[in-house]
Design a binder for this molecule. Sequence first.
Ligand code: EPZ
Length: 418
Amino acid sequence: MKVIEIEGAKELNGTIRISGAKNATVALIPAAILTDEEATICNVPEITDTDALCDILKQLNVNVNRSTESLVINPKDMKNIEIEEKYSKKLRASYYFMGALLGKYKKAVMYFPGGCSIGARPIDLHLKGFEALGAKVTNEGNRYTVEAEELHGANIYLDIASVGATINIMLAAVKANGKTVIDNAAKEPEIVNVATFLNMMGAKITGAGTSTIKIEGVEHLHKCFHEVIPDRIEAGTYIIIAALCGHNLKIDNVIPEHIDSLLSKLEEMGIEMEVGADYVIVFDGKKELHPTNIKTAVYPGFPTDLQQPFTVLLTKAKGRSKVEETIWENRFMHIAYLNKLGANITVKNRTATIDGPSELKGTEVVATDLRAGAAMVAAGLVAEGKTTIADAEHILRGYEQIVEKLKAVGAKITIKEI
Ligand code: EPZ
């Protein structure tokens, strides 16, 4: 098990550079198999979710070449074999191989994906989308077979604007015969990044980033070069950390419009910032903060993935704040640990009520999932004394070099294997 230790209450100053977006990368890697030629993806973050997907590529006999920040994927000798459970359960995004393999070979066999325990996480919308395109879905326990004689375009309405279902249906539809329309599609920037990649390979996708995506099927996809967008959730996490304990801390390589909802909330709380074309500087993270309420929502609403770190900031606001989680039913696992650190938070149904301000004091906590782990790091950095975060491997799934990045701006943080 990996453990992070933080000696908190140190002022952070300098620049933190944001890496490529995890949730775009994890779709781009499976998408790359849709061609038989080489795809080069740069700005790929070094996180364990990237490693897990590269392991799946290798299992499928795909040639993978990793250099600093870029990944060259060549599937010319690829074999469409079953993806074993030990690979699929390592992360949620293994499910993108279902859409990509179906799109390429008209057949995918794999086990149910894993990922953070933040809710039930069904994939019914993905499977319904595949069926609408002409595939037959069968399962024996966790083993799913998705197969089609021919994939044809279809009109698909998503009951929920699901990120995963939108991308997976796009992957399956790019080489289908005819036109597919996805209505009530998710609009997250990662979806636009994946659609751009597919279009650079020769796909014909329009409307990504709006709620109606149109895909005109093509026969052939070719080699391409593509760049991953900066990670808006990593950026948001460090901006929250800067608001907690930064002094002139610059978060660089950010697309500010991707985090508008967060920046508005920070302004409302009284955080003074400079928002540039591709950076955010937080001037002083130690002011008295105003309370606020957030309700998580699909993009461009307040992202569920920032809800947990943001709760830490709310413990510093004077008065009562509320956090309503509408996407995942089990994303309050960090609350018990924040209370252990000295916060005053109660949870009823899907709403957390935070009464602040609270002085946090270091203690032993657990990273129950990726973003809960990020919340523990944020809390540990602002708390007096030593915070020990167990199960820190969850954090490394989504934050490239988090320990090194924080150390470089003055944090006393270490990671060790026990
Ligand atoms: C993506 O998950 C992200 N993961 C999540 O990031 C993020 O929290 C989530 O989108 C919402 O923004 C990746 O991109 C790999 P959804 P995804 O399908 O695609 C329900 C992180 O910390 N639903 O948009 O799995 C579902 O239960 C994470 O980086 C169905 O009911 O999320 C949820 O309530 C974790 N049936 C809602 O839709 C389905 O078939 C939104 O889920 C699919 C989803």
